[in-house]
Design a protein around this ligand. Structure first.
Ligand SMILES: [Zn+2]
Ligand SMILES: [Zn+2]
Length: 196
């Protein structure tokens, strides 16, 4: 195992009190994903947008390796419940989605034949397998487009229904009104408030 990987796994596992195969996948995906869009890890300031398809241990691995963070708006989660992530180069626009090879668990065992327990064989195998065996790489186009996701600082709108402020051009136009997504029906909660 090289020093960079060792150091990153240490950082990731320190957040958890354990090192698990998903963190290894995350760290390796963070490194491989940036390389696939022509960037070194950790990314130069705001050079990439990383979209994770799940949260949890995997996400921490990608974070420590890529340097993507929510606070810099370089990290987002679109929760599809998958160990996968898409890496977009903000300058060139090149965008690549990485996911583990479908048979990655089986393949990992071959790299650690001396280890009987599958979990530990995967933990080790994932650290030493070549990237091309570990992941599939797919060129993709973001929808909505990268520019719209990043938007511009300082833009503000006000929802005609709830009155709340909306930043980053996340408002929608419906029936001639400017609405927040929640009021337009794209909601992740229902109000329990009793209206008198
Ligand atoms: Zn874990
Ligand atoms: Zn609203």
């Amino acid at each position: 195992m090289n020093n960079q990987l060792h150091e990153l796994l240490k950082q990731s596992s320190a957040r958890h009190d354990h090192l698990c195969p998903r963190q290894v996948l995350g760290v390796r995906m963070g490194l491989a994903g940036l390389a696939a869009i022509g960037l070194e890890a950790p990314m130069p300031h705001k050079a990439a947008l990383v979209i994770l398809e799940t949260d949890g241990c995997f996400a921490d691995g990608v974070e420590v390796a890529s340097g993507a963070v929510v606070g810099h708006r370089t990290l987002r989660i679109v929760d599809q419940g998958k160990i996968a992530a898409t890496f977009a180069n903000v300058e060139s626009g090149q965008t690549v989605r990485l996911a583990p090879s479908l048979d990655v668990r089986q393949r990992a065992l071959k790299y650690a034949p001396e280890i009987k327990k599958k979990y530990y064989a995967q933990l080790k195998g994932y650290q030493i397998m070549p990237e091309t065996e570990l992941f599939t790489f797919q060129e993709v186009k973001l929808e909505p487009a990268l520019k719209l996701i990043i938007s511009r600082p300082g833009l503000k709108a006000k929802c005609a229904n709830c009155g709340e402020e909306i930043i980053n051009e996340r408002q929608v136009c419906a029936e001639g009104k400017v609405l927040c997504r929640t009021c337009a029906g794209e909601r992740y909660y229902n109000s329990l408030e009793i209206t008198l």
